[in-house]
Write a protein that binds this ligand. Structure first.
Ligand code: RB5
Length: 205
């Protein structure tokens, strides 16, 4: 059986989600609606998580997400490992983010696109397969960033830069020591010699 599509919206995207939901009904596309279910204010990061988790778990084929601009909910969605969310308001992007990026979440702005265009973008997104080929390696590199750019990796980088700083400090210390030997030490020796000379001179007198 065909996997359902996961729907998620905040209050800014609620009306558009409802329009797209009606369109999915007309097309006979199954979906799970994770809300919101009214115009009452909710936070878009909270609304991104349940539908995106359903996609990552493999329960839903992809997510259709809605907020005022589509931008905030796409930012939140892209924080989840395994989600490749694209905020679109044009047909070319909606098509090519499937062909080239294998996007699994389409984000639309309820205050940006009207219901007619939104439904066209949804159709393009749902009906366009991933092209694979040379794009598969690039998508794999996106997934690899989820590991290599994690907090742990940054901490390792920080450690390395701290080691560099210590080594630079040692080098500065060595340079300062060398300068001291080349300037202050000869002066001090000359001064001591001078004192001895004066002392000897006075004693002879
Ligand atoms: C809510 O007012 C609005 O900020 C939200 O829907 C979305 O546009 C954020 O990116």
């Amino acid at each position: 059986m065909e996997k359902p599509v996961a729907l998620g919206a905040d209050h800014g995207g609620f009306a558009l989600k409802e329009a797209v939901r009606a369109h999915l009904d007309e097309r006979g596309v199954p979906y799970v609606d994770y809300g919101t279910h009214s115009e009452a204010s909710v936070d878009y990061p909270d609304m991104a998580v349940p539908p995106c988790e359903a996609v990552v778990r493999g329960e839903c084929a992809c997510a259709l997400l809605f907020c005022g601009t589509g931008v905030g909910i796409s930012m939140a969605a892209n924080k989840l490992d395994g989600i490749r969310a694209c905020c679109c308001s044009d047909a070319f992007s909606a098509k090519y983010t499937r062909l080239h990026n294998d996007a699994n979440a389409l984000c639309l702005g309820g205050r940006v696109v009207g219901p007619g265009l939104a439904c066209e973008l949804v159709d393009l997104f749902l009906d366009t397969p991933f092209e694979g080929g040379r794009h598969a390696g690039r998508v794999a590199k996106i997934s690899a960033l989820e590991q290599s750019c994690s907090l742990g990796a940054i901490t390792e980088a920080d450690k390395l830069s701290q080691i560099d700083a210590v080594l630079a400090g040692v080098q500065h210390g060595q340079t300062a020591g060398l300068l001291l030997c080349m300037t202050v030490l000869p002066c001090a020796l000359m001064f001591v010699s001078y004192l001895l000379y004066i002392k000897k001179y006075r004693l002879d007198e």
